[in-house]
Design a protein around this ligand. Structure first.
Ligand SMILES: Cc1cc2nc3c(=O)[nH]c(=O)nc-3n(C[C@H](O)[C@H](O)[C@H](O)COP(=O)(O)OP(=O)(O)OC[C@H]3O[C@@H](n4cnc5c(N)ncnc54)[C@H](O)[C@@H]3O)c2cc1C
Length: 355
């Protein structure tokens, strides 16, 4: 018997893969429905197409271009490699939940994990009842109770993600990224009248969000904010019969703070082998998570002036071409191409190499 805590993308997709293999799976979700509350922008690259059928009603919009704005409001526009999908996160989660159920996993709603009996990980407490399990999987998001109750939480760190759906005028095939607002900001269109305006920041997140919202003159419909874990390369994801996946395992890219594709790829690895899961997910996505973390550490030390210069350098055709020909999910594949084409970019490495 396998118990998965949390019916987000990581938990439901894993439940689907394991149940398809004939495993007995219980999927426990504390809320009364899957997919609510939404705390996500719901944007992914076309890499998702290789994992899920994307011809589905959860896809609200498709973007073909990205504009990257510097602090002084200059921008570069790049054609994205492959379509970027913007989806209804609520419907997306429900879709994966249905895959899990149709494969034979048993979904239990309003079922909250409340720890293990006397620290015995084969007896878990769901609401007020104890249940037997052979394997316990924490897919329970950034503040994972499974990680906390099994001493796997450690000293992890978070950024604030403040986001709201807003009414505003926008171009529906363009995603806008803003450098110089917190870690960065975004305007992601659902259509040409509604977009998700958000920022990720270590602190003063609401102030940074308001600055961007005012710049784009967005009128708030509703908030969709949440905390985002920062990838910890030392995270413990397997201990006895307990495993962590998705946000609960900090498997989030620190450059874009995207975690959906990473959690689905990690689920694939776990479904193949519990024993080798820790080694295998690191092999599959660890290098890109690490590179993104490293890139974020460099970017954290950029001043607004640096961002202005960076955007100016990227207006050169030869650099734009590298951006357009590569998938932003796989940073390691093109970062060296960029450096070889524009050695002036090396200047930005001074922040980590010499300070
Ligand atoms: C503002 C914001 C914007 C984002 N934008 C993007 C984006 O555009 N693209 C992208 O790829 N990623 C984005 N992310 C990150 C993305 O949302 C996460 O990486 C992703 O949701 C991780 O999925 P998960 O299944 O691991 O966790 P979650 O989606 O958090 O799911 C965890 C589930 O566990 C349940 N749960 C928690 N505790 C318990 C318990 N004790 N018992 C039972 N159930 C429990 C929760 O109710 C939830 O359903 C964003 C995050 C934020 C905050």
């Amino acid at each position: 018997m396998i118990s998965i805590i949390g019916a987000g993308p990581a938990g439901s997709y894993l439940a689907h893969l394991l149940a398809s293999r004939g495993e007995k799976v219980n999927l426990y979700e504390e809320h009364s429905v899957i997919g609510s509350p939404i705390q996500c922008t719901g944007i992914t690259t076309s890499s998702l197409k290789g994992i899920l059928d994307m011809d589905q009603d959860f896809v609200l919009n498709k973007a073909k271009y990205a504009r990257i704005f510097s602090a002084n409001n200059n921008f570069i526009e790049v054609k994205l490699k492959g379509t970027n999908y913007i989806f209804d996160r609520d419907r997306f989660d429900r879709h994966i939940g249905e895959l899990a159920i149709n494969s034979g996993a048993k979904l239990h709603l309003k079922s909250k994990y409340n720890g293990c009996k006397d620290n015995r990980t084969k007896k878990i407490k769901i609401n007020n009842e104890f249940k037997e399990t052979d394997i316990l999987i924490g897919a329970d998001g950034p503040f994972s109770s499974v990680a906390k109750s099994n001493n796997m939480f450690n000293n992890r760190k978070f950024v604030y993600g403040v986001q709201a759906r807003c009414n505003l005028k926008c171009e529906e095939d363009k995603i806008d990224f803003y450098l110089g607002y917190g870690c960065f900001g975004w305007v992601v269109p659902e259509n040409n009248k509604v977009a998700r305006i958000g920022i990720a920041a270590y602190d003063k997140a609401n102030i940074e969000f308001e600055k961007l919202r005012k710049l784009r003159e967005g009128k708030i419909i509703n908030y969709q904010s949440g905390m985002i874990p920062i990838y910890d390369p030392k995270v413990i994801t397997s201990k006895d019969n307990v495993y962590l996946i998705g946000d609960s395992a900090t498997q989030v890219k620190a450059t874009t703070y995207g975690g959906i594709i990473q959690s689905l790829l990690a689920a694939k690895e776990m479904s193949k082998s519990f024993e080798d899961y820790d080694k295998n997910w690191r092999k599959a996505i660890g290098r890109d998570l690490w590179t993104s973390l490293y890139a974020r550490k460099i970017m954290d030390r950029f001043s607004k002036k640096d961002y202005n210069e960076l955007v100016r350098l990227f207006t050169q055709k030869r650099l734009k071409k590298v951006l357009e020909e590569n998938d932003r999910d796989y940073l390691t594949k093109f970062i060296f191409q960029l450096l070889s084409k524009e050695p002036r970019l090396l200047k930005f490495l001074k922040y980590t190499l010499f300070n």
